[in-house]
Structures are given as structure tokens and as C-alpha cells.
Design a protein around this ligand. Structure first.
Ligand code: NCD
Length: 336
């Protein structure tokens, strides 16, 4: 199968890669723990072709024409949902967006019943965000339709992990020997967890830095159990940041905080904010990323967020390309 069907006036065949996707086995995308290096590279290779489509004036190809992609979000979202919806639309699919508050879930319908309704409507993939860790796994077990996890509780956010690593590779090329630091509310971060799994293939070092109260207790055991030797944990940001190529602060997730995890925002900011003074301790050409949404003045200072070292806008653009690649593989490929 090619990425796009030839159509008069479209030049997609010449400009897009046409990799073999025969080894792609995923019906669902739930996390990156079951993604091999080969599969992750395939997503990136296809996403590179999608970046070219995004550079065009008319960003539309007919690859998923006749397919329907549904989003079902049980939690607020700006960029992830908009990004998936645009990705589906640029590939020519129809989209349905369901918000839990406005759907029959608000009338007491169970999660599975709501999802089964979408399945009965013959949607080709459901992109799902849910506050409970594991909810997309329950959906995947009970449905034939493909499920893409767009964030489940504190557990996983695979498309964000992929777009983060894609952005690092786009900027740095080979990631072997590079050092990335993810700093902040690791305890509640599904983004950090998916980055742990996704980065394991690339020979890079990943440092997770947080105050002790925002570092998950079970993390050292998990890293040991799964031989995730590329990850180290650090409480001191100045130590963590030394020789870093990438620094990615995380939002302090106030909605998931139990009181008492940080003594005060002021103290947290003093110890963990990424600002120009702090970055002086990293490599001179250190790059800054953020999965968004940002709390400027808390985990990141505005001069860094909008400065020359910031890749935050590229992450947003790359997010669409990476999600186009995922939708292509899930809804357009042979796994359907
Ligand atoms: C993150 C999320 O929702 O997990 N944002 C995102 O999807 N880009 C991080 C957050 O909420 O802070």
C-alpha cells in the first residue's frame, strides 16, 4: 500500500517515502513498551513524509478517504485533540469528536457501551483520553475497533512520547550518547513514562529529575525489572542538567496533586524552574522542549519558552505529522 493514491494534480507519490509496513503488527497504540526499534523507526520515517505534506499550501492527501476517526476525550485537551483531528483531516478521513460531558456518558452510560456505539457506527479508530490509567486497555480488550491512547491517567501518552523523540532526532540527528533531562512532576506524568519506553532504543541517556515527593516510589524497581538502564533519577536539577543536550520541563499537574507534595510554588520554582540562569549549567547549545500546556513562570520562564533554544512550536507541528503516521498505520494499513 502507498501513502497516497495517485490523483490528478497531487504530487504525493513522488514526495512521500513508501516504506514496507509488512512487519507492522499493532492494531492498537496503547503505550510504547511494546514498540520495537524497527516499529518506532517506521513511525518516524512515515512522519518525515507527513512533515513534507504539512509544508504545502494544500495539506490534504486522500490516504484515509472514506475512513472515520473518532476522538473520545474524558479529560480536557487542546493540542492533543486538535492535533489528532487535523491529522485525520489532512489524510482525508472524516472525524467525529465526542466529549464525555456532552455524550451519553453524562447520562450514566458506561465507557464500554459508549465505545461499542462508536464501533457499531463503524469508525475505523477511536482516539481516547481518560483520567483512569488502563482505561484504553479495557477498551482494546472489549472492542474490535483500533484504540489509540491519547493519555490515560498517570500511565501513558504514546503519541506524545513519539513526537518528543521525533523532534529530538530532527534537531540532533543520531541520539546515541545524547543526554535529555525531563524535570518536574514525574509522579503524575504519562508523558515521562512513555518517553522512558520510547527512548530506550536510541542509545541516549534520559535523566528524570524531581523533588522526592514528585518522583514515583516504584520507579527504581520498574527500571531495574525491565533493564531500562538508560534512565537515571536525580533530585538536584543543577547536577541533572550538566552536559544536557535537551531539557524538558513538565507542567506541575495541580489537578492530580494531593496537597502537601510541594511546600510552595515559590520553593518549587527556585529548585526546579527552567530559566536562562539554570540553562547556563547545560551545554551552550542545549535545546528546550515542553509537552504543553505550559504554566509560564512556574516550571518554565517565558524567556526560555519563547527563546531561540525552544523547540516547543516544532513539537506541536511534529505532533500532527507523527499522528498522521500513526493513523496511516492503524487505520490505513493492513491491520484494519
Ligand atoms: C500532557 C498530557 O495531557 O498528558 N499534555 C499533552 O498532551 N501535550 C501533559 C499535561 O497535561 O501537563
Amino acid at each position: 500500500m502507498s501513502l497516497s493514491e495517485p490523483r490528478p494534480g497531487t504530487a504525493t507519490r513522488e514526495t512521500l517515502p513508501n516504506p514496507s509496513i509488512d512487519f507492522w503488527k499493532h492494531r492498537h497504540v496503547l503505550d510504547l513498551d511494546d514498540f520495537s526499534r524497527e516499529e518506532t523507526d517506521l513511525v518516524f520515517e512515515i512522519a518525515e513524509g507527513m512533515v513534507e505534506i504539512l509544508d504545502r499550501d494544500v495539506k490534504k492527501v486522500p490516504t484515509l478517504r472514506g475512513k472515520t476517526i473518532a476522538t473520545m476525550f474524558f479529560e480536557p485537551s487542546t493540542r492533543t485533540r486538535a492535533s489528532f483531528e487535523l491529522a485525520a483531516k489532512y489524510l482525508g478521513a472524516d472525524t467525529i469528536n465526542l466529549e464525555a460531558a456532552r455524550s451519553s456518558v453524562a447520562k450514566g452510560e458506561s465507557l464500554i457501551d459508549s465505545l461499542r456505539t462508536l464501533q457499531a457506527l463503524e469508525v475505523n479508530a477511536i482516539i481516547m483520553r481518560h483520567p483512569c490509567s488502563g482505561a484504553p486497555y479495557i477498551a482494546a480488550r472489549n472492542l474490535d475497533t483500533s484504540i489509540i491512547n491519547a493519555g490515560d491517567g498517570c500511565h501513558a501518552h504514546p503519541s506524545q512520547g513519539l513526537l518528543d523523540i521525533f523532534t529530538m532526532r530532527q534537531q540532533l540527528g543520531n541520539l546515541k550518547g545524547r543526554k535529555a533531562v525531563i524535570v518536574g512532576d514525574i509522579l503524575h506524568s504519562r508523558v515521562a513514562r512513555s518517553n522512558i519506553w520510547g527512548t530506550r532504543h536510541y542509545g541516549m541517556k534520559l535523566v528524570l529529575c524531581a523533588p522526592p515527593t514528585l518522583m514515583p516510589h516504584g520507579l527504581p524497581d520498574m527500571l531495574e525489572k525491565y533493564s531500562l538502564n538508560h534512565v537515571t533519577l536525580e533530585h538536584d536539577l543543577n547536577t541533572a542538567i550538566k552536559n544536557a543536550d535537551i531539557v524538558m520541563p513538565l507542567r506541575l499537574q495541580k489537578e492530580r496533586q494531593q496537597s502537601g507534595l510541594i511546600s510552595s510554588l515559590r520553593e518549587y520554582t527556585q529548585g526546579y524552574q527552567i530559566n536562562a540562569a539554570r540553562l547556563a549549567g547545560a551545554k551552550p547549545d542545549v535545546l528546550v522542549m515542553h509537552p504543553g500546556p505550559m504554566n509560564e513562570g512556574a516550571e518554565i520562564s517565558p524567556e526560555v519558552a519563547y527563546g531561540t533554544r525552544s523547540l516547543i512550536e516544532q513539537q506541536v507541528t511534529n505532533g500532527v505529522a507523527v499522528r498522521m503516521a500513526l493513523l496511516y498505520l492503524i487505520a490505513g494499513g493492513k491491520s484494519r
